[in-house]
Design a protein around this ligand. Sequence first.
Ligand SMILES: *[C@@H]1O[C@H](CO)[C@@H](O)[C@H](O)[C@H]1NC(C)=O
Ligand SMILES: *[C@@H]1O[C@H](CO)[C@@H](O)[C@H](O)[C@H]1NC(C)=O
Ligand SMILES: *[C@@H]1O[C@H](CO)[C@@H](O)[C@H](O)[C@H]1NC(C)=O
Ligand SMILES: *[C@@H]1O[C@H](CO)[C@@H](O)[C@H](O)[C@H]1NC(C)=O
Ligand SMILES: *[C@@H]1O[C@H](CO)[C@@H](O)[C@H](O)[C@H]1NC(C)=O
Ligand SMILES: *[C@@H]1O[C@H](CO)[C@@H](O)[C@H](O)[C@H]1NC(C)=O
Ligand SMILES: *[C@@H]1O[C@H](CO)[C@@H](O)[C@H](O)[C@H]1NC(C)=O
Length: 701
Amino acid sequence: MRYSLAVPALAALAAALPAPQLIDLDMVAAQPNISYTTTASSVTYDVTSLAAQATDDITSIPVDLSAIATQSPLAVIEKRAACAAQPTGVSGAYAAPAEPTDDTVSAFAANTAFAAAASSAPVPSGYSNTFTNLNASNSAYGYMGFTTLSSYDTDKCASKCNAINGCMSFNLYFERDPSLEPAAACPNPTSTTIIKCVFWGGPVSSSNANNYGQWRNKFQVAIAGSNGYMNQTLEVPAGFGNVQYLNNAAINAPLDHEGYDTFMGSRIFTAGPFNASLCAAHCQAQNKYNIATAPKDGTPPKICDFFNTYLLYLNKTSNSQGQYCSLYTEAWDSSYATNKGQYRGNDHYMIEYSYTFTNTSNPGFNPKKGDTVGAIYQAVKDIKYATLQPFCSAALSYSALVATVTPTSFVTPFVTSTAFSTTTTTASIDKRAAVTAGSASLSTPAVLSKYPASVMSSACSLLVSQATSTSTSTAPATIISVATQTTLETSVLTVTASAIPSACGNKGIQYAFYGAGVYAEGNNVLWVEPSNYATKTPNWQSTTNSVGGINVNAAQSIQIYDSGNYAPSEYFILNHRGYLFAQIAGTYTFTLSNPDDIVFLYLGETAKHGWSRGNAAAAASWNSDTGFQSTATATYTLKAGEYLPYRIFFGQMGGPVKFSFSIKAPDGTVILDSNTSESDFIVQYSCDGTTAPAFPAFGKE
Ligand SMILES: *[C@@H]1O[C@H](CO)[C@@H](O)[C@H](O)[C@H]1NC(C)=O
Ligand SMILES: *[C@@H]1O[C@H](CO)[C@@H](O)[C@H](O)[C@H]1NC(C)=O
Ligand SMILES: *[C@@H]1O[C@H](CO)[C@@H](O)[C@H](O)[C@H]1NC(C)=O
Ligand SMILES: *[C@@H]1O[C@H](CO)[C@@H](O)[C@H](O)[C@H]1NC(C)=O
Ligand SMILES: *[C@@H]1O[C@H](CO)[C@@H](O)[C@H](O)[C@H]1NC(C)=O
Ligand SMILES: *[C@@H]1O[C@H](CO)[C@@H](O)[C@H](O)[C@H]1NC(C)=O
Ligand SMILES: *[C@@H]1O[C@H](CO)[C@@H](O)[C@H](O)[C@H]1NC(C)=O
């Protein structure tokens, strides 16, 4: 199939999107540098080895090469004897000046006959003119040899290019050449003018026309009247179509609508002409391999239905790195062509001549709808990798049985079928009902947030049922500590698990101390406005595992928690903050009792932003003039796996200091009070950094 290359305008580019794939510059850098012996007049590429190159990284799939003819190897250049006569060039207006003293490079450059010929040359049919009358020849991609002509004839040059398989463009110019092979005995012979027609397998442009000639002994080779032409027809690989021209940009596909990663990998070809069929061959070989080695668990193999191939160059188009080839399972339109190059240190890798091709009989899923099955199996992998089975249990509302087990008795991850066989006789959970029960208020782990809820539920269901049949898991013990299961008469097992949050040095409570020098409430701390402390830098800050438990008489020196910091027992503020992780679903109770002087509790978003005297979830004070009682409680209902931000703001003025606080789980367990040594459920932030993000610095909240 032929495709006409009437350089189409690029559609408006899409807004910045996540980029799951980039040009693999390490792979590019690992390739040998491309160099061509451009003095060879004819060049043939071994198509068999190029075809093998298109498939060689896909091991164990034999590629049938028998249909591809082997071609002869690269032409050998004869060594020229010193001062041997060289081919005679053209005569007439283009000939070198008769007088040897006039035979100079500047005279050559000044000869208007060259410019006149170049400027008036007709554009051969089927070609486009890319530059005219330069004093340099091209260094393009895929050198394919040259021929000399007796006249500056673009049509003749084009017909020779047409006869060469893979010739994409040509460069026609006048070259000032020596009449003898320059050597010690004849360092600067008289010149002769050769009209050269050079063939390339990649685009020629003014930007890669940067070969201004060279010195051969004392003779200077120079170039004039250099024109470039490109064939406007591109060979489209059989079975592919819907060609898109992306010019100098490559596809940078986001995940599809279902969260599926459609990217399949890349490779680069560094020999022969630009040839879209090399990338097509790679696509097909990869498909064969993926089908032959498809996982047995139902994961659909990735099938390449779309590829993007282009020329990659470094800094300038004359420094071609090869033909890049990226495979995808779905066809992305040109609005996703957002990669216009990348840096590797100072090296700027850029793109030209970028095309996409789509399998005409099977274009794959529309990325706007997405590959649901692919996404579900991909999510299963993510869940296993990040050990998010406990989240799945919670998301599917499988946590109802958790409260029957005491957390301390667990050392192993998913408990085996015998461990709790006597703890419960609850009937099986209706899985379908549970799935639709959904997880509206559960915060989704970051790694799963790319999936729609339906995909996530299906993936979770697959996994939880897998857990049912195997009843063992390789999850690390720190991740899953509570598990329970029911054994039914029918001996169907349902495993349900609840989590402790993963640990990463994040346990405890952060608090800030405001005392002498900073504390600025006058002596009347009863009327403190907690919001003022959002932007006040503390004297110092630390972390603690317990809260409250302060109870001393006036005017002493007290240690604040176990910080080692002592302070006068009068006139200070303690501002605590952190997250409570709900190990089990239900209502948690927060109690403030008998403070001297005053304590405020904030829960949820208010604990992070906008807390103030007037909006506490609970507040207590010894002095009822404040409007607060001596004891106050607040409750908060959480789903299993949820993190709740909290803030406890305590103020002490003169006299005795007293402060106690507690959090009780729905089953009555005390999670936090002044005797807590260290709790898995009281954390400063979540390890993933996003579910429960770290608080800003004290004083900058
Ligand atoms: C390729 O060329 C660059 C300079 O352009 C050089 O630094 C590098 O070592 C070369 N690589 C190989 C494999 O020859
Ligand atoms: C251009 O390239 C195509 C495909 O390689 C080739 O068939 C054709 O002969 C070339 N010349 C013209 C004028 O299209
Ligand atoms: C090529 O042309 C440019 C400007 O047209 C000029 O500056 C440069 O010196 C020329 N180079 C040679 C080698 O003639
Ligand atoms: C392009 O690649 C295909 C597949 O390897 C091969 O059959 C064909 O001959 C190549 N064309 C050129 C011009 O090299
Ligand atoms: C296009 O896709 C179909 C279905 O997957 C496949 O059978 C066919 O080989 C593909 N065509 C090409 C050219 O790869
Ligand atoms: C590419 O250009 C940058 C900046 O001009 C330069 O530092 C770097 O060495 C160049 N790389 C090559 C391989 O020429
Ligand atoms: C903490 O432990 C001490 C000593 O066992 C006990 O007297 C005190 O009542 C406990 N405090 C709370 C809040 O349970």
